[in-house]
Design a protein around this ligand. Sequence first.
Ligand code: FES
Ligand code: CO
Length: 352
Amino acid sequence: MLVTRQPVLRRFWYAVMPMDRLDAGPQPFTLLGEPIVLWKKADGSPAAVRDRCCHRTAKLSRGFVEGDHIVCGYHGWTYDCSGACVRIPQQPDLQIPAGARVPAYHCAQKFGYAWVALEDPLVPLPDTPEENDPAFRRIHQMDETWNTGALRMMENSFDTAHFAFVHKGTFGQGDQPKPRFFELRETDYGFEAEAIVPINNPPASHRITGSTEPTTTRHFHNQWHLPFLRRLGLAYPNGLLHNLYTAATPIDDHRIRLIQWLYRNDSEADCSAEELNAWDRRVVEEDRVILESVDADAPVDVGRRDEQSMLSDRPGMIMRRRLLELLHAHGETEVHGWPSAAPSPERETAPC
Ligand code: FES
Ligand code: CO
């Protein structure tokens, strides 16, 4: 699926950057192939419009902020958060032409990030039960570009079969390739997935898992939110909770912005944010290397591409079906970038 060619994907909220980046002035971002600029208004809330001045096309992200407005750095045309030009400094006594405006987008802040929906969102911004629970602290972990597709990143999150291979250097048990399966329950937002998975506890991870045993168990309470947000809820036997939220925000058809934050029900003295981030960095880096080797263009209409599956791929198969249903509900079919091939008669597809 080429995400930039499926208009319905423009109708979801995506995390695009930490709010504090906007303290340095307007910032560019590319969302679903569309160049946008974000800035912080006088009350601290974010705004987003297309990153292209309607005078002579300069990037507004090269301009500056004045009160609630963004000012083009070329000739100073000034725009409000609705995208309307409100000032042309060279001709202050003339009426501003009605066509002097740029497209504006839905923009909000949550969890310390700026979120953007290019068109009217189908569902509200996500909620996290941990956010207002005093037992948890929130830690910003990642904000970086990966050369992979958003669906590839999402299905990897629910793929227990890669642990023994990709993560054998951290928590994966290399001698246990047979995966534990998720129990799945579909919801209106996507699905919930539960599994109990034994993991290795290398010495570097003892403060992360709260256990000094060589192995322990993780109880996963995971969620997938259409289209590209995951919750990875890791519960350890001693009551420690390590709940990760990861947004795979599609930049274009080949790249995502990976934004990840963590909730922990312990204190900085128990395990510092620096230690937690260093550990999750090691694990996520293992995923990044392999995910940057796959074809970013993942199929949702699975019969149209010869990509074989196995039983443990079921969560990813459900994602594909739900995304395909979403496209169909909005009058779209999958647009892809690979040559059409007849499905092989021997193909085995995991039931979903
Ligand atoms: Fe923006 Fe001229 S190009 S004001
Ligand atoms: Co992984």
